[in-house]
Write a protein of this length. Structure first.
Lengths: 110, 292
């Protein structure tokens, strides 16, 4: 995946390089699997971006399958689908819908 | 009483409205002073300090997380030096326009939902502009915030017709733009474009508002990317569920914008994340109660 800003880090991502603060103190070593606590530590120390390993993001279909497992998730998925009523199938629109659903799913799960 | 607007091209419609809002005096004085070749910061500071609400907003803006200053700024002059003249002009323009329509009571449009949608588009437009390396992201913010200003004009000056268009959009599952063309003969994009032209805003902002649903190929006469950025930003705001746009169906996407802006999926994730974060920050700054 390469270098990404801390603002889009999500639990489960894996660091490919160690991260240091401004005093050259190591905050996390390479191959660390990120969780919410570690992400918060990085944000608190003002880390701007980090190197993460390639992460295969779930497809829209996989996300929708996960969102069909509970009533709350089904309603959330339907609410998002309503916003995209008769939307074009262009990559931009499809990716927009996927990212929004993925974010909603992760927020509920966390 | 303002006569109901039944037909006509938008320019005739807008010219017929004798009470069309004009930009407040403070913005006009500030704009002309900044545009002078040898204006001093003290002249500009003097203008800003004449309005305590704008002064408070400026200080709140510069001390917000958007600028991430380690030491708070407490004087107007320092605030102006920090954000720069362009950002100052855009801040006063946006707050002036919002204040202008805050007392809107006629019509069907829900102002809080309307402005939330516009603020979402503004924040997304600013983020998109930053990603593509534009030098003046504040101008894109203004274009995003004002992109649907034509709806406010229709809501106030063509209340019944606009209400009919809103209902038509829902019952026949149309975009609001399509419904407006059926009922009024023209859409909010045309009205908005004429309004900001009358306000003397930049051609880039005029085009962004007039063509945000149908951006064209950049050419030598209109080389800027504002309309493409606002086109994408509008859809991002709708997709994120920020406020209400008035359209029942998701507006058509013009693929040219994806090619012109050269976005990627990674970029889009960052833009969405930053947009959500900044909407709440800008809401506090632009809609906070600063009245004494």
């Amino acid at each position: 995946m390469g270098r990404v800003t801390v603002s889009i880090l999500k639990p489960g991502m894996v660091l490919s390089e160690p991260v240091f603060n401004g005093y050259r103190q190591q905050l996390a070593e390479a191959s660390t699997i990120l969780n919410k606590r570690i992400i918060t530590v990085l944000q608190t120390w003002g880390v701007i971006d980090v190197e993460v390993q390639e992460v295969s993001e779930p497809t829209l279909q996989e996300i929708e399958e996960q969102m069909s497992t509970t009533v709350v998730l089904q309603q959330l998925s339907a609410m998002i689908d309503d916003r995209f009523y008769r939307a074009d199938q262009h990559q931009f629109v499809s990716e927009l819908r996927r990212l929004i659903k993925y974010d909603a799913l992760q927020n509920i799960e966390s | 009483m303002i006569p109901e607007l039944l037909t006509g091209e938008p320019s005739l419609v807008v010219e017929r409205i004798h009470e069309l809002p004009t930009l407040p005096d403070i913005y006009q004085r500030l704009s002309s002073t900044i545009d002078k070749p040898f204006s001093s910061i003290w002249e500009i500071e003097r203008i800003v300090r004449q309005d305590p609400v704008i002064t408070a907003r400026l200080l709140h803006f510069v001390n917000s997380p958007l600028y991430g200053l380690s030491t708070p700024v407490s004087t107007v002059a320092d605030a102006i030096r920090t954000i720069g003249y362009d950002a100052l002009k855009q801040l006063i323009l946006t707050t002036s326009v919002i204040d202008m329509f805050q007392q809107e009571s006629a019509g069907t449009l829900s102002l809080p939902a309307f402005w939330k949608h516009c603020l979402g588009a503004a924040a997304a437009a600013r983020q998109l502009a930053l990603w593509i390396g534009e030098e003046h992201p504040e101008e894109f913010f203004v274009a995003g915030l004002l992109h649907d200003i034509g709806k406010l004009i229709h809501n106030h000056y063509a209340t019944d017709k606009f209400r009919t268009a809103l209902v038509l959009a829902v019952t026949e599952r149309l975009t609001l733009e399509t419904a407006e063309r059926k009922v009024l003969g023209f859409s909010h994009t045309q009205t908005g474009g004429f309004l900001v032209h009358r306000w003397g805003l930049s051609p880039a902002i005029q085009r962004a508002i007039a063509y945000h649903h149908s951006p064209a190929v950049p050419d030598i006469l209109s080389p800027t990317l504002h309309e493409h950025v606002v086109h994408c930003a509008d859809l991002i705001s709708i997709g994120l569920g920020l406020g209400v746009s008035g359209s029942y169906r998701f507006p058509p996407f013009v693929p040219l914008s994806w090619e012109v802006l050269r976005l990627s999926s990674g970029h889009l994730a960052e833009v969405l994340s930053a947009t959500k974060r900044e909407v709440s920050q800008f809401t506090n700054i632009l809609f906070g109660d600063y009245a004494e």
